[in-house]
Design a protein around this ligand. Structure first.
Ligand SMILES: Cc1cc2nc3c(=O)[nH]c(=O)nc-3n(C[C@H](O)[C@H](O)[C@H](O)COP(=O)(O)O)c2cc1C
Length: 460
């Protein structure tokens, strides 16, 4: 959704435009298989510092004129603790392409965000973004303690490693993911700009740890409230669901902004910002600014399908746009906000009719240690018998949705299933979805990123 077009549009307004780095290599190879409309990916690839790698990727994935609509996309290799050279090249190139396109031809700031939980593609993906000169790296959904130090080393062209979270592994069983920039560029790695690192967090306790207790501290924070679109941090304490089946957040979940301010690092607030007075209040509380998701997700430049945007904006206009915080949909285990929309996986019938398939994208799998000491991978949204065979608990599979496939479908890159039908969407948005129609200029049925910025920062 936050693809290069949206990030570029935001950056051109003088704000920080952020691309999503999640599943970025799948996004790139699928665009190439759709014929790379506009030639943007190929144009960015022509600037990739290792032309042989760029050529190899284009040879393998680009289809002139695009694949026939009923044909399946060719998959990228599925990740493991140590991505293969082919996958590593794809990861570096894909985030290079996205950041390059977002920054092309203007001096505005561009960032890239990742989920810490999706660990194995992280090092290569960050390096690709740095090769393209990314200004900010933002990481949430986990505790990114290794990453500020990783950025320092990658900027110096040095190899990096990161400890993987592995279920069932003891303190002595260390599983590492490694990345060597010299292998990626095929020679001495250049010195690169070291981006600013922001941790996306929801608690001041975690903020304090990341600012004071790790070798290389983070440079700042995005403090995300449970109203924000996408994944949310779970409530603290014992799980408690409301009558509607949504996680209940209380006072203990409210971050102590004074404590965060006292850490002396810049922070941005995220979740539910739709008016300028809210932004002014955030700044009064010490924030440098705010991070916006939902309002941008429905603007003209976002990656969501144009018809879908029109439909949701109209629902918002009529007061009928509803968001459900689903405690189990995401295989990641984090609550995930879902827009209630007929024909998508939020519709119980659509969900019930989707047969679980073998996991092909694999981003949200969990690593576990097998009896032989090797790593295994399982996802509670894969076929139940597969999950259980790998030592998973049947109870964990209930209500889980294949987010990887659904989120690709949301941006027009859905896989065609073996049976011939297409993967269904599952749309995420924040609790303020009902307000998106408020960004429409008078008499219009769509709005641009610039309209969002103008409303939140009048006179900017
Ligand atoms: C459609 C959509 C996709 C999102 N994808 C990501 C993502 O890939 N990575 C991330 O860190 N945050 C993601 N977010 C969360 C936003 O970065 C942001 O923190 C949040 O949307 C702010 O709250 P708001 O939705 O009320 O504006 C997403 C949000 C939306 C609405």
């Amino acid at each position: 959704v936050s693809d290069w077009r949206l990030a570029r549009a935001v950056s051109l307004t003088g704000q920080l435009g952020v691309v999503s780095g999640t599943a970025i290599e799948s996004v790139m190879v699928r665009r190439l298989q759709l014929g790379d409309p506009g030639g943007h990916t190929r144009r960015a690839m022509s600037r990739y510092p290792v032309p042989e790698v760029a050529d190899k990727i284009l040879d393998r994935y680009f289809i002139e004129g695009g694949k026939p609509p009923g044909e399946r996309f060719r998959q990228t290799p599925i990740g493991s603790a140590q991505p293969s050279k082919n996958l590593s090249d794809l990861l570096v190139a894909a985030s290079f392409v996205e950041v390059h396109l977002a920054s092309e031809g203007h001096p505005g700031l561009v960032g890239i965000n990742f989920m810490e939980k999706i660990q194995t593609p992280m090092l290569a993906s960050i390096y690709g973004a740095m090769l393209a000169g990314v200004d900010y790296v933002l990481v949430g959904a986990g505790i990114p303690r290794a990453l500020p130090g990783v950025l320092n080393r990658l900027a110096d062209g040095l190899p990096v490693e990161m400890k993987l979270d592995v279920r069932g592994a003891s303190a002595e069983d260390i599983h590492l993911s490694r990345f060597d920039p010299t292998e990626a560029v095929g020679g001495p790695a250049p010195a690169l700009k070291r981006p600013i690192f922001l941790a996306i967090i929801s608690s001041h306790i975690l903020a304090s740890m990341l600012a004071t207790k790790i070798e290389v501290p983070v440079d700042g924070f995005v403090v995300e409230a449970p109203t924000a679109g996408g994944h949310n941090a779970p409530p603290r304490g014992r799980p408690n669901l409301s009558d509607t089946g949504e996680p209940v957040y209380g006072e203990r979940d409210e971050p102590d902004l004074e404590a965060i301010r006292d850490l002396g690092l810049p922070f941005w607030l995220a979740g539910g910002f739709v008016r300028s007075d809210q932004v002014r209040e955030a700044v009064r509380l010490g924030a440098t600014g705010v991070q916006i998701g939902t309002p941008f997700a429905y603007c003209e430049e976002s990656g969501f399908d144009a018809d879908l945007k029109g439909l949701v904006i109209e629902m918002s206009r009529q007061g009928g746009a509803r968001v459900f915080t689903d405690p189990v949909a995401s295989p990641s285990g984090f609550p995930f906000k879902v827009v209630e929309l007929e024909g998508t996986l939020s519709d119980p019938e659509v969900y019930a009719n989707r047969e679980r398939g073998r996991c092909e994208l694999g981003y949200l799998r969990t690593a576990y240690q097998r009896d032989d000491g090797q790593l295994g991978w399982r996802c509670p949204a894969e076929p139940v018998e597969d999950y259980v065979r790998k030592g998973g608990d049947t109870g964990d599979t209930v209500g889980r949705k294949c987010l990887c496939n659904a989120l690709m479908a949301n941006v027009g890159l859905g896989q065609v299933k073996e049976c011939g039908s297409s993967e269904k969407m599952l749309i995420t948005s924040g609790d303020m979805l009902e307000d998106v129609a408020g960004f429409l200029p008078t008499g219009e049925t769509s709005y641009a990123a610039r309209d969002v910025v103008d409303q939140l920062l009048p006179g900017s």
